[in-house]
Every structure is written in C-alpha cells, then in structure tokens.
Design a protein around this ligand. Structure first.
Ligand SMILES: C[S@@+](CC[C@H](N)C(=O)[O-])C[C@H]1O[C@@H](n2cnc3c(N)ncnc32)[C@H](O)[C@@H]1O
Length: 249
C-alpha cells in the first residue's frame, strides 16, 4: 500500500487544487490552522508531517519560530521548495522524511501538525517537548459517503473502524493526554461536472492509490447518477466529513 501511495504522490507532485472551481460552506467551525495558532507563539518549533507541495502551510501556517515540513515524496519536496520562493519571509525548511520512520531528535518540537496524511502516534510523542501538542486533521470513512455508496468503493469504504477512531486509539496508546476529537462537516459545491471529475481524478476518494496510478477509471454512468442527484444552483454538492484531533504530551 505504501509503495503505491508513494508512486501516486510522486506522479501528482503537488497538492494544488486552485484550478478546480468550487466553494465551501462550513457547517462546523473547527479550523486546523487556527488551532495551531492558538497553541504556538513566535518562538515555537513546529513539525508539519506529509506537507505535500507546501501549498497549505505556506499560505495558512501562523508565524512561529521555525517550521520543519516533511514529505516522503521527492516530487512534493521539490514543488514545496519551488513554492517557497513566493514566500521569502516564511521560516520553513522542507525535508524528505517518511512519517512512519521519522528521523528527528526526541523532545524537540513544541507542536506537530499532520493534515490529511498517515501518522505514527508514538514517534510523534517522542519528538514533542513536555506538554507539546499534536494537531491532526483527517478524512474520515463517511467522507463523500453518498458518492462512495453509488460507486460501492472509495477511501476507507470497507474499514471496520473509522480512521479518526484508529488515530484516537493510537494517541491514547502512545501516552497522550487530553485527547479531543471533533467531527468537521463541510459542504463543497463544484461549479461544473468537469470540476468534480478533476477532483476525483486527483484524489483517492473513489479509486485507491494503486488504481489511480495504473488506470484511474471513473464510470461515467455512476458519475452522472451522482451529479443528477446532487446538482443545484449552488453547484454539485459533495458532503465532506473530516475529523480533527488535538492532544497533549
Ligand atoms: C493529501 S496530501 C496532504 C498535503 C498537506 N498536508 C495538505 O494538507 O495540503 C498527503 C501528503 O502526505 C504525504 N504522505 C503520505 N504518506 C506519507 C508517509 N508515510 N510519509 C510522509 N509523507 C507521506 C503524501 O506524499 C502527500 O504529499
């Protein structure tokens, strides 16, 4: 799984969705970067795991002492270094690293952030300072559920336990205290069929990583069935179900 996932991200090479036209209606108000801001100051040393092409941290991360931002894909790190040129004052270093085999000193970071990426709770625990914070946002099993039900497949479709539950249990086992988990609900409206199709072709929502890499087929009849049901004046609705977790060492 990890190898096909790495191939997938190497091929994509960025996590930039700026070409896809959609709007977001927030139903809950948990905000990943705001939580990071509330738990850091201008001296904090932060680690962002699975940072992608840095698109989101460069735009949204608060001003902190230093950010080490890592990803296991060379292509993502290459894109991130290129994107950094547009943010000359941002104090961030992009480094290649596998989240499941972290090569960072113990007790160094005041905060570790991980958005939509895999984590190893124990390794995060070890690299945090006393009372250090981990902030996680992830995509849950019930994300885009009606779409997955029509296709009868998709990200975590057959998982017995939700991903947030797996993360929560991992954090508990690693020794974290004050673990808080919230559900994040958002409605996204895609302007056209082409915009929604572009999203499905760039993400593993319907097709898993190996399928996207080899043959990313999206059955048109099923796609059209979904569009017919969810098209409105606002656009084509996609109901997102994410989760947020904050925990303390
Ligand atoms: C969905 S993207 C999210 C990017 C970024 N965190 C954001 O929110 O914009 C997931 C990223 O995690 C990276 N990733 C996946 N598995 C990883 C692993 N085991 N170690 C390091 N990075 C990983 C991928 O290369 C990809 O860039």
């Amino acid at each position: 799984m990890e190898e096909s996932e790495l191939n997938f991200y190497q091929t994509i090479g960025d996590w930039d969705f700026s070409q896809i036209k959609y709007s977001t209606e927030k139903i809950t108000n948990w905000n990943f970067y705001k939580i990071i801001e509330e738990n850091t100051n201008e001296k904090s040393i932060c680690l962002d795991l699975g940072t992608g092409g840095g698109e989101n941290i460069l735009k949204n991360y608060p001003e902190v002492g230093m950010i080490i931002a890592t990803d296991f894909s060379d292509e993502m790190i290459k894109t991130a270094k290129e994107n950094l040129k547009r943010y000359p004052t941002k104090n961030v270093k992009f480094i290649k690293m596998d989240n499941l085999n972290m090569k960072v000193p113990n007790d160094l970071f005041n905060l570790v952030s991980a958005r939509h990426t895999v984590i190893d709770a124990k390794q995060i625990y070890d690299c945090l300072t006393e009372n250090g914070i981990v902030v996680i946002e992830g995509v849950d099993k019930k994300d885009c559920w009606d779409l997955k039900r029509i296709f009868k497949r998709g990200q975590a479709y057959n998982d017995e336990f939700s991903i947030s539950e797996q993360d929560y249990k991992g954090l508990e086992k690693a020794g974290f205290k004050q673990i808080k988990r919230v559900e994040i609900l958002e409605n996204e409206y895609y302007e056209t069929e082409a915009d929604l199709m572009a999203l499905l072709q760039k993400t593993p929502i319907i097709n898993d990583f190996s399928k996207i890499h080899s043959n990313n087929s999206i059955e048109l009849d099923l796609f059209n069935e979904y569009v017919k049901k969810y098209k409105s004046e606002k656009g084509i609705l996609l109901k997102r179900v994410l989760y947020g977790i904050v925990a303390k060492k």
